[in-house]
Design a protein around this ligand. Sequence first.
Ligand code: GCU
Length: 418
Amino acid sequence: MTTQGRKREINYEESRVGTYTLPDPLVCADGTPVKTADDWMARRRPELVKLFESQMFGRVPEAARSVKPRCVVTSEAKDALSGKAIRRLVDIHVSDDPAAPVIHLLVYLPANLDPGKRVPLFLCLNFWANHAISDDPGIPLSTRWIRSEGPPGIVNDRATEKARGSDHMIPVERILARGYAVATTYYGDIEEDHVGGLRNGVRGTFLRPGQAEPAADEWGAIAAWAWGLSRAMDYLETSPDVDANRVALMGHSRLGKTALWAGVNDPRFAIVISNNSGEGGAALSKRDYGETIEHLNSSFPHWFCGNYKAFTNREDALPFDQHEEIALIAPRPVLIVSAEEDRWADPKGEFLAAKAAEPVYKLMGTDGLGLDLWPKPAVDSLSTGTIGYRIRPGKHDVTVDDWIAYMDFADHHWKIRR
Ligand code: GCU
């Protein structure tokens, strides 16, 4: 096997991380420094977005960029969750092609909203389909392909009634009790998470006539999921009781990688939260610890664009690193969340990326991370700088305490007093 294709041993030894040089986000490709916020926005930021787009996530094709989805509220219940919630189901049609996927958005709002009041909202993709979020019988059972290695109730990649309420990752009632609304959609509604998923997902819908698969610089599945989040935002902007200026986007793991990229591309996401997103997400790639680009490209070849394959075992050749992706969200608040035992995602690499994004946040006139050292041991902590950081003890997961931290972070930045 060539060096490039070789399976690489995973390093978990801090002493074997070696040395690496991170690109300076505040130096343009032509070597000139970026000295002002305007220069960052006008010159450096677009140049960096293009790099991430052409070399990592892939460009959204023109036909998909101009989509104005047709959003249909298919049902509304004012007494959901024993009277605690308003439940709204929305079908988001992204194309007139009857074969195109429909994105099913599930929205819960706190019951008894004051008339005319708009509520801040958390938006997140989910892994196991909407019916798994809650045992609320009003949520239709998904008929889509669902990975069978998750919670119970999936038989032959399809949901059965047993799958209802099997996903703990979105504690709906806790969120509503804090006065937030929450909206979620199954990522597989946008595109199924396997190599063949592109055929009946949105990337298939927007292939040009005669095109069998996206070009090497066109979107991978993560960019497609991120695009789907923006279509959900298109709907939320039209919703009379949602405060579209206060929508926080949250994603875990591969969906954390997705949330960061969606946050870069769509400034309507006012807060972006990455939970345990790891390699290809918040963690530095050039730092050799935990998952590698080789692993991403060989195990999930559909996630990133074709050009990203060139960086398998060549992290040193990457013209950017993930601190610069975080920096592209500036000046909006971003929260990076790590779990201590999640060595695969390299918690320290996530912290170091957050830290290295700081010069851009400061140039944009905000504070930065406000921490110099990686908090260790990982007490259940939250730092609420414009770049927030949290590490907690425990494994790769989303916990109720994580959600409390997301809401504390949003309360802080949106000056919500309780
Ligand atoms: C795998 C993958 C990670 C990803 C994770 C997940 O572990 O290697 O990159 O974040 O799956 O999404 O659960």
